[in-house]
Design a protein around this ligand. Structure first.
Ligand code: ADP
Ligand code: MG
Length: 287
């Protein structure tokens, strides 16, 4: 009995959140590293289906890093990252497209099997995500790595107003007609701002922004943009965390209200962050 009352309490605690997030768009980026574990993946997709059933409008952008790196390794090639960006030659780009479209199809299938409706979208199709080649990083040409110049949000908007969850793969199209690999954090931020999303949620394989990488309990639960700049300068924020905080910065500067970096491995981490009084990861706000 007590257990049942507790469950009802949890639902009631969520009510004001459900009310204030009703009809609101939330862009969720699902990080490469948490994609590969089938249990975690199912948990995350369940949360997203739940969100759509309580009236929110989730948009999912996924990565595919570990799958891509595995294929590259099988070819006997070396995977290289510069400041969190994958150096992408032509052969790598082909693998990127193949692996992302596989992951994309699997996610769509899984959402449908959980009772949600979803549709597969590639940033390249319909010129959804337009890019320009990324400038050299630390003096190095990073190849087919794109920077988002424009998101044509109409297609995405049409899907979400029809209660369909768009599942977007982070490939962009250049003015030269080539496909470019775009960091999924970057894509999700641009999509969030083009849709006027309320929130951007980045799911990853760490607790959030950590003060000390070796200490999960050093997670910073609330931070402003000014403090982030400081942490980048002090090199506390490095590697794959850089595109994430940059993405959050971009989104916040263009009207997205709150951004979150959450550990995708925590069961129902997104629901905890959105629907309860206690968040689980790092919440980044403008000021
Ligand atoms: P994803 O696949 O989710 O994009 P990434 O590997 O690209 O994940 O980025 C997350 C990684 O960023 C962490 O695993 C960690 O190694 C690195 N990182 C660097 N600085 C920090 C920091 N201050 N806090 C947390 N993670 C950090
Ligand atoms: Mg990354």
């Amino acid at each position: 009995m007590l257990e049942m009352i507790k469950k009802a309490d949890v639902l009631i605690e969520a009510l004001p959140y459900i009310q204030s997030f009703y009809d609101k768009t939330v862009v969720i980026k699902y990080g490469g590293a948490v994609l590969t574990d089938t249990v975690i993946r199912r948990n995350v997709l369940e949360d997203i289906v739940f969100m759509s059933y309580v009236g929110m409008r989730p948009v999912l952008v996924h990565g595919g890093g570990p799958y891509i790196s595995k294929r590259i390794e099988e070819l006997g090639k070396e995977t290289r990252f510069v400041r969190g960006y994958r150096v992408t030659d032509e052969e790598t780009m082909e693998i990127v497209e193949e692996e992302l479209s596989k992951v994309n199809r699997d996610i769509v299938r899984e959402i449908i099997s959980l009772g949600g409706s979803a549709i597969s979208l590639s940033g390249k199709e319909d010129h959804l995500v337009e890019v320009k080649k990324h400038a050299d990083i630390e003096g190095e040409d990073v190849g087919f790595v794109g920077d988002v110049t424009k998101v044509n949000g109409d297609v995405i908007q049409r899907m979400i107003t029809s209660d369909i969850i768009p599942v977007i793969s982070p490939v962009g199209i250049g003015k030269d007609g080539f496909a470019y690999n775009v960091n999924a954090d970057n894509v999700s931020a641009e999509i969030a701002r083009s849709l006027g999303a309320l929130k951007l949620v980045l799911l990853t394989n760490v607790r959030g922004i950590l003060k000390d990488l070796t200490k999960p309990e050093s997670v910073i639960s609330h931070i402003t943009l000014a403090d982030i700049e400081d942490l980048i300068e002090k090199k506390v924020i490095a590697g794959g965390m850089i595109p994430k905080v940059k993405a959050c910065t971009r989104a916040l500067e263009r009207g997205v209200k709150k951004t979150h970096i959450i550990d995708g491995r925590i069961p129902h981490g997104i629901l905890l962050e959105i629907f309860t009084d206690k968040g689980v990861g790092t919440e980044i706000v403008k000021r």
